[in-house]
Design a protein around this ligand. Structure first.
Ligand code: TYD
Length: 212
């Protein structure tokens, strides 16, 4: 391998279609000889998956919710993501800290500066190398969720207004961090999105190589 592995996160409102693209990128990278870890938040570790069960099922205060997301994230970063990167493995995560800014801050009105403090306490200076944001209208996302099997979790039962705020918060973060984000139109074809992501990953690898 001629470059360091990258940590790439995938974000967007529920129903935006992240999973297919995570699998496709993982496959592409593996075909190029890279080793790849696919993971998710909340979850990714045995403790994190237990916390995920609580988070998706039980009602709780916004403060409890935010702390639980960070508890799961601390375990995830320390025991899974950082060791993988250190052993030359790419990490593709279905959601990471941007989701807390979008859902808890944008959606639920939790304080952004408190989330920033928790982020620094939990992760130090560690951040994703790149983030793909799947942008989709709340109406289109709701239609997709309705079409798939399985019941909605606690977050998926939120209102269209909630998802509109989450979407705006994601777009705002992407606009403030253009060097880290790729925004894709989630209504493009899966093949088109796959190509866009592959091109962007190539440019990210070049850029990170130049910075190193
Ligand atoms: P998700 O990975 O979308 O689960 P699934 O694909 O099985 O629906 O994440 C679960 C929910 O948790 C999702 O609605 C977004 C929410 N979430 C937050 O509110 N804050 C966070 O920090 C994270 C990581 C997720």
């Amino acid at each position: 391998m001629t470059h360091s592995p990258l940590f790439i996160t995938f974000e967007g409102i529920d129903g935006a279609g992240k999973s297919t693209q995570i699998e496709r990128l993982a496959k592409r990278l593996e075909e190029q000889g890279e080793s790849v870890l696919v993971t998710r938040e909340p979850g990714g570790t045995p403790v994190g998956e237990k916390i995920r069960g609580l988070l998706l099922a039980d009602d709780m205060t916004p403060k409890t919710e935010t702390l639980l997301f960070f508890a799961a994230r601390a375990e995830h970063a320390e025991t899974k993501i950082l060791p993988a990167l250190a052993s030359d493995t790419w990490v593709l995560s279905d959601r990471f800290t941007d989701a807390t800014y979008a859902y808890q801050v944008g959606g639920k009105g939790f304080s952004g500066s408190e989330v920033e403090a928790l982020e620094t306490w939990t992760l130090g200076a560690f951040r994703p190398d790149g983030t793909v944001l799947f942008d989709l209208s709340p109406e289109a996302a709701a239609a997709r969720r309705a079409a798939r099997s399985g019941g909605d979790d606690r977050f998926e039962r939120e209102s269209a207004e909630f998802f509109a705020r989450v979407r705006e918060a994601y777009l705002d973060r992407a606009q403030r961090n253009p060097e880290r984000f790729l925004i894709v139109n989630a209504e493009s074809s899966a093949d088109e999105i796959e190509r866009e992501i592959a091109e962007w990953v190539k440019s990210l690898v070049r850029r990170k190589g130049e910075e190193a």
